[in-house]
Design a protein around this ligand. Structure first.
Ligand code: PLP
Length: 368
């Protein structure tokens, strides 16, 4: 089989999996207990927090463990949902729906910034839309459908110059793009472990020590009394290991996946296939959103599935009705192409052979 849906999730790293199993078996005590059985667990938790912080140039006390990207985004946004929130039209649903929640239940207005045809948010446009009452601005680092990378440093600068809090959903960016939270000037950043070869159901939220985050879960004193509940420390340790490993190998993985992406595109062109590559030049390295003229993405996906090739679509199929995704809509992809969108996202386990096989399989499907 060929798995090329790494933006949806990734295969767990062997070392991370082995570590998680080992810790789950050996260190079963509660990390919060005061007897000696718990001491190594506390040490592992602290070391994991330090490792994660070092990967993004944060301080350990600025890292809060969560259950993943969705929780991190909800926490960041709802903590500061007052009066007005600014976000973009192409965010992940966990950001969009958190903003709509704030609008419906917290007496807050939400401004959704448009994007250009490549899916980029213009910092000048952000500047023009900041209101005196705006509290928080949330713009994703890299888009999950088309891979567009936002000018995060510039957007954060605009937010900072107006004294506003800046959050970025970096779920698709972590381990693909070097991240230095201090250099970028972001106040909060969300990450999800299963996107970088670590287990599912675990992630983290970076929060600058200058911000006073509202507790998300009330209960015990875990996570600096901000997120109560016994820590999933085997998964936390596995996340720290996978993050460290993937960040250390970022350059070579990035070259590998971008070569796969380039080969797939070249092969489609050689095969005379009519398609649009969405998202412009500034995209995640192994990320391809392809729109094929007068076709539907769902059909391509199912036919690839029959060949044991796994990709995803750019439009969700709902009870037989093709619903164009909010991202592709916001980017104004031409109507005769938009329904025929698929997303191919390469990961560190893919090969050039995979890329060629996917291109040839798509060609066969379209020519039939
Ligand atoms: N944000 C983005 C950009 C994503 O791509 C995803 C998952 O696809 C999430 C947030 C949600 O992350 P999780 O699956 O860890 O809840």
């Amino acid at each position: 089989m060929i798995y090329a849906d790494n933006a949806a999730t990734t295969q767990i790293d062997d070392d991370a999996l082995n570590l998680m199993i080992e810790l789950q078996k050996t260190f079963f005590a509660n990390p919060s207990s005061s007897y000696k059985l718990s001491r190594p667990i506390k040490k592992i938790l602290n070391e994991s927090r330090e490792k994660i912080a070092a990967c993004i140039n944060a301080e350990p006390q600025e890292i809060f463990f969560t259950s993943g990207g969705t929780e991190s985004n909800n926490w960041a946004i709802k903590s500061f949902a007052e009066k007005n929130i600014i976000t973009s039209a192409i965010e992940h649903k966990s950001v969009i729906n958190s903003c709509l929640y704030a609008q419906n239940y917290l007496h807050c207005t939400a401004t959704f910034l448009p994007v250009d045809n490549f899916g980029t948010v213009n910092p000048d446009y952000l500047q023009e839309n900041i209101l005196p009452q705006t509290k928080i601005i949330s713009v994703m680092f890299a888009n999950n459908e088309v891979g567009t990378i936002q000018p995060i440093k510039k957007l954060a600068e605009v937010a900072q110059s107006h004294g506003k809090i800046f959050h970025t959903d970096a779920v698709q960016a972590v381990c693909h793009i070097p991240i230095d939270v201090k250099d970028l000037g972001v106040d909060m950043l969300s990450a999800s472990a299963h996107k970088f070869n670590a287990p599912k159901g675990i992630g983290f939220l970076y929060v600058s020590k200058n911000l006073n985050l509202i507790p998300f879960h009330d209960g015990g004193g875990q996570e600096f009394s901000k997120r109560a509940g016994t820590e999933n420390f085997p998964a936390i340790a596995a996340m720290a290991l996978a993050l460290e490993k993937n960040c250390a190998n970022m350059k070579s993985y990035s070259e590998k996946v971008s070569t796969c992406a380039k080969i797939l595109i070249e092969r489609l062109k050689e095969n005379n296939i009519d398609f649009i590559l969405n998202g412009g030049e500034n995209r995640l390295p192994g990320h391809l959103s392809l729109s094929f003229k007068n076709f539907d993405g769902e059909t391509i996906l199912h036919r690839l599935d029959l060949k044991n090739i796994y990709v995803s679509t750019g439009s969700a199929c709902n009870a037989g009705q093709i619903k164009i995704s909010h991202v592709l809509k916001a980017m104004n992809i031409p109507v005769d192409y938009v329904k025929g969108t698929i997303r191919v996202t390469f990961g560190r386990n893919n090969t050039i052979d995979d890329a060629e096989k996917i291109a040839d399989a798509i060609t066969k499907i379209l020519n039939k």
